[in-house]
Design a protein around this ligand. Structure first.
Ligand code: SF4
Length: 250
C-alpha cells in the first residue's frame, strides 16, 4: 500500500495521540499517502500536494515552499512489513491517518487482520475527513472513527468536502466522533448549522483550534471556549503541536 515516506522508510511512529477523545494516550501512527481533498491549511500536505497538481496551499505565500516530488514523499510497502513494523512497538493502540486512509480500505483491513492475529488486543483508530464510506467489514474491524469534516475555511468546495450519506452514517455510528478545526465565530456558526443539518449529537462533537504553533492555537482557541461551553461540545487542544510544534514523525 502507499504510505507517506519519512526519511528512508514509511511514516510509522510511536507517540502520544494529540487530538480527539484519545488525546494523551500512547499510540502508533501509520500515515497513508494520498487524499481526495486538498485543504489550504493542511498540515500533512506532503501526502497530496505533489508536483504537477493545481492545488493551492497557505504555504504558497512562503517563497521557499515547493510542491513535493511524489517519489520523495511516498513509499509503496507490503502489508506484511507494516504489520511487523507496528507490532514491534510496545503499544497496542494504532492510529491510521493520512492523507485520507479510507482511500485504501482493503489494504488496511489486511493490516488490521494481521495485527490482531499477533495480538487480539490491538485497538484501531481511524482519522478520516468523512467523505468516504467505510465498507461494512472495515467499519466492523475499526474501534474508533475520528471524523473531521472540513468547513469553508479549508478552501474546499462544499460538494467535495461534504458527502451527506457518509456523514449521516457516522452520526449514527457509536464508534464515531466528530472533530472540527475552527478559527473563530464564522466557523462556530458553520459547525452549528452542519451538526443540525446532519443530526450530529452535541456529545459527539469536538472543536479544536487551527494552528501549527502554540501561538496560533492560543489565538484561535480564545474564540472557541465559550461556544463549546454553550453548545455542549468538547473543546480539544492539539497536544502534539504543544509538545513538538510542526515537526513530523513525533
Ligand atoms: S482532508 Fe485532511 S489530509 Fe486531506 S487535505 Fe484536508 S486536512 Fe489534509
Amino acid at each position: 500500500m502507499l504510505l507517506a515516506r519519512l526519511n528512508d522508510g514509511p511514516e510509522i511512529f510511536f507517540t502520544l495521540q494529540g487530538e480527539g477523545v484519545s488525546a494523551g494516550l500512547s499510540a502508533i501512527f501509520v500515515r497513508a499517502a494520498l487524499c481526495n481533498l486538498h485543504c489550504r491549511w493542511c498540515d500533512t500536505d506532503h501526502t497530496w500536494n505533489f508536483e504537477g497538481t493545481p492545488w493551492q496551499h497557505d504555504k504558497d505565500a512562503d517563497p521557499a515552499y515547493r510542491k513535493y516530488r511524489k517519489a520523495d514523499v511516498t513509499i509503496e510497502i507490503p502489508v506484511g512489513e507494516i504489520v511487523s513494523h507496528v507490532a514491534s512497538f510496545p503499544c497496542r493502540r494504532v492510529v491510521l491517518t493520512g492523507g485520507e486512509p479510507l482511500l485504501q480500505q482493503e489494504a488496511w483491513l489486511e493490516v488490521i487482520t494481521g495485527l490482531r492475529a499477533i495480538d487480539p488486543a490491538f485497538v484501531l483508530e481511524v482519522e478520516t475527513n468523512g467523505t468516504k464510506m467505510p465498507t461494512p467489514e472495515f467499519r466492523s474491524a475499526v474501534n474508533q472513527f475520528n471524523v473531521s469534516p472540513k468547513l469553508g475555511n479549508s478552501g474546499m468546495e462544499a460538494r467535495l468536502r461534504t458527502v451527506p450519506a457518509v456523514i449521516s452514517s457516522f452520526a449514527e455510528d457509536p464508534k464515531a466522533w466528530f472533530k472540527f478545526v475552527a478559527r473563530g465565530p464564522d466557523d462556530v456558526a458553520e459547525i452549528l448549522a452542519f451538526t443540525a443539518e446532519h443530526n450530529i449529537p452535541a456529545g459527539k462533537v469536538l472543536v479544536m483550534p487551527e494552528g501549527r504553533s502554540s501561538a496560533e492555537l492560543d489565538h484561535h482557541a480564545a474564540a472557541l471556549t465559550a461556544p463549546c461551553m454553550l453548545h455542549g461540545w468538547r473543546f480539544c487542544d492539539r497536544l502534539h503541536v504543544r509538545l513538538w510544534g510542526d515537526k513530523r514523525g513525533v
